[in-house]
Ligand binder design. Structure first.
Ligand code: GLV
Ligand code: MG
Length: 346
């Protein structure tokens, strides 16, 4: 076991000290860009003003023959665009692929000082995090990177779900985790070809009552995994995210999946299509009505102790803490979005 005093030591001489607290940033949507496509790269300066995180995708969905071009395109994008307060992330190829090592060494060597987070796919256990952690420390030292590059794991293998707590607490470099429903479905041999969302056959049937037709209620296939991921992340002080929603034609289902994740504790989701940016912005910014009620709770219990009744509902120390979660998030959103600041009265 690594001793407590060693946990925050840099893993290479000359590497920056690991962060003790994660940077406070709004990350409602992680917007995926295929960086080998010049047409898409040209849109990035404008995109960076609309989204919270721009991610250059190098892994799945990038054709094998375009892997090098995607890496070079991402480096060029990182060099030429001013991202301001918007996060710059990349999803590298899996550690067992022929591209991962060059993805890491070339990107850190060129734009390591601009890169915020590396998303690591197909994480099976803490050993994957330890490998990347050590390698990043060596590269940070070599290239004089000023702040540590964080790691975001994709939870998308059955083994990863088995080890979710160990992954979440593997290193102070851990930023958070995203559910990857497509690879996870394949890894578990789930019988669905969808990328996230529900399935019409995954349901509960109401009891029979004579000859009346029986209602069927579709259930959330991802509830169990999101719950495990949220608990593992919250306990480790890192951030949970819902990942991709593949049916771009079904905006309502996307919104519902994102909202379930938000209500359970996730802070954002991936946007793979421009229409999903607005959905994520709406869903992962707290509802102004809820924020107004949270402000009432905090005003009625300034020191957060005791119990009061507001609009017939009991409030105590625990609901005060729930109210604080909403108000703190609303403040983050308000700082970025003047329109929402007005709606929140902040
Ligand atoms: C994402 O990478 C997924 O597999 O769903
Ligand atoms: Mg995947």
């Amino acid at each position: 076991m690594k001793l407590p005093r060693q946990f925050f030591q840099p893993l290479a001489i000359g590497a920056p000290a690991p962060m003790r607290e994660l940077p406070v940033r709004l990350e409602r949507m992680i917007h995926f860009v295929p960086p080998h496509m010049e047409k898409m790269r040209a849109k990035v300066p404008e995109l960076a003003r609309q989204v919270d995180v721009v991610l250059g995708n190098l892994e799945d969905a990038i054709p094998v023959e375009a892997k090098e071009a995607a890496r070079q395109g991402f480096i060029e994008m990182g060099k030429s665009v001013d991202f301001g307060p918007t996060g710059l992330w990349t999803r590298i190829n899996a550690l067992n692929s022929p591209w991962a090592l060059d993805d890491i060494t070339e990107i850190v060597g060129t734009i390591g000082n601009k890169l915020d987070v590396i998303m690591l796919p197909k994480v099976d256990g803490p050993w994957d995090i330890h490998y990347l952690d050590q390698l990043l420390a060596q590269l940070e030292a070599r290239h004089k990177i000023a702040k540590p590059i964080l790691i975001h794991a994709i939870l998308e293998t059955a083994q990863g779900v088995n080890n979710v707590e160990a992954i979440a607490s593997a290193s102070p470099r851990m930023h958070g985790m995203s559910l990857g429903p497509a690879d996870l479905a394949a890894s578990r041999a789930m019988k669905t070809t969808r990328v996230g969302g529900g399935h019409p056959e995954y349901k509960v049937l109401a009891d029979a009552a004579g000859d009346a037709p029986r209602a069927a209620y579709q259930q959330d296939l991802w509830h169990y995994t999101v719950g495990r991921m949220v608990d593992a992340c919250a306990a480790a002080g890192i951030k949970p995210f819902y990942g991709p929603f593949g049916d771009f034609s079904d905006l309502a289902a996307c919104e519902t999946q994102f909202r379930n994740a938000f209500l359970m504790g996730c802070l954002g989701a991936w946007s793979l299509h421009p229409t999903q940016i607005g959905i994520a912005k709406t869903v992962f910014s707290p509802d102004p009505g809820e924020v107004a009620f949270a402000k009432k709770i905090v005003a009625a219990m300034p020191d957060g102790a005791g119990a009061v009744m507001i609009d017939g509902k009991m409030q105590d120390d625990a609901t005060w803490k729930q109210a604080k979660v909403l108000i703190d998030l609303a403040k983050l959103v308000a700082a970025k979005d003047p329109e929402m600041a007005v709606k929140y009265g902040l």
